[in-house]
Design a protein around this ligand. Structure first.
Ligand SMILES: Nc1ncnc2c1ncn2[C@@H]1O[C@H](COP(=O)(O)OP(=O)(O)OP(=O)(O)O)[C@@H](O)[C@H]1O
Ligand SMILES: [Mg+2]
Length: 318
């Protein structure tokens, strides 16, 4: 694989506190890559290093063949970035904000104005382009910031939590934009805390936990890694929890997960339908009433929980 983006052995500490502890990542040209992790996992730190805004303590970063640490200026021309918090100048209009970015990228006046209008239309900001950005809603600011990342037609677009704080409609629009970009051959790296977003959008996902990549693959590969299916059971009566837990424990070779307050029990199983039938038979035998009972495939939520809560689950082979 000739990687469009290559990150190797990235270490970064803030004072004595390590934020990145040896991060390796590779992205193919034209793929959507999601960096998934909860608060403080190291997503923004990775993104800032990749986009030349922060220097690592050690490691190497290459984008489109440019050495990001040795030749940041050249690398920058290949990268468009939209930060975790929309960076727009409130005193300037939407048009002026984008035009300024275009000029900073060295475009001539006419070209800069054309490109600015084109992107304002694409992001549905053309009707408000002469209003000050200070009057824009959060979603509009976010869109303006995204538009800025695309000004110079970069081959890599980096989006740090692009949909955090967006309403469902704006989120869908952002997803459509990401798909569109990737369809045209742009590599997109996005960070997210939303499993669904990574699942829907990303060709490949890396799960970052405590400054290290703890798993990497397609959504399906990650789901297969935690394995099997889940039997989910919601009881009518809380007093039946111990009996139902015992039934699940007898059937599965893993320990059932119990959520007492929701009267919800869950068991991982490799023999889905057969195990489910067995559960039903045993529940009936003891006349335990059930509110909800079903079988489902592993979700990215299961992957995430397995990786970030039970260290032992990391040993499960793919
Ligand atoms: N400038 C800084 N100074 C000190 N510590 C920092 C700095 N930037 C990040 N950190 C620390 O490094 C760790 C990783 O932070 P980072 O911002 O990369 O996480 P994140 O995955 O982007 O989290 P979030 O989802 O909250 O945006 C955290 O413990 C954070 O407190
Ligand atoms: Mg962050």
């Amino acid at each position: 694989m000739t990687a469009h983006v290559r990150i190797e052995g990235l270490h970064k500490s803030f004072g004595s506190k390590p934020a990145l502890r040896g991060v390796d990542l590779a992205m193919r040209g034209g793929e959507v890559f999601a960096l998934l992790g909860r608060n403080g996992a190291g997503k923004t730190t990775t993104v800032r290093i990749l986009t030349t805004l922060l220097r690592p303590d050690s490691g190497q970063v290459f984008v489109a063949g440019h050495d990001v640490l040795r030749a940041p200026d050249r690398a920058r021309s290949a990268i468009g970035v939209s930060g975790q918090y929309a960076a727009v100048d409130e005193k300037l209009t939407g048009f002026e904000n984008l035009y300024l970015v275009a000029r900073l990228y060295g475009m001539r006046r006419a070209r800069a104005a054309d490109r600015t209008r084109e992107l304002l239309a694409r992001f549905h900001l053309d009707t408000v382009m002469h209003n000050r950005a200070g009057s824009y809603s959060g979603g509009m600011r976010r869109r303006l910031d995204l538009a800025g990342a695309l000004i110079a037609e970069p081959s890599l677009v980096v989006l740090d939590e692009p949909t955090t704080g967006l309403d469902p409609q704006s989120r869908q629009n952002t997803w459509a934009l990401v798909r569109d970009l990737a369809g045209k051959g742009t590599t997109v790296l996005l960070t997210t805390q939303y499993l669904e977003e990574a699942d829907q959008l990303a060709d490949r996902i890396a799960v970052l936990e405590d400054g290290a990549v703890v798993a990497e693959g397609t959504a399906d590969e990650l789901k297969r890694m935690v394995g099997g299916e889940r039997i989910e059971l919601v009881l009518t009566e809380a007093r039946d929890i111990p009996a139902a837990e015992q039934i699940l424990a007898e059937i599965g070779d893993t320990v059932p997960h119990v959520d007492e307050s929701a009267r919800r029990l869950e068991l991982r199983t490799e023999s889905g339908q057969i195990a489910l039938a067995d559960v039903v038979a045993r529940l009936n035998m003891r006349a335990i009433p059930v509110l909800d009972l079903g079988l489902r495939r592993a979700t990215l939520d299961d992957v995430f929980l397995a990786l970030t809560e039970e260290p032992a689950a990391k040993e499960v082979p793919a």
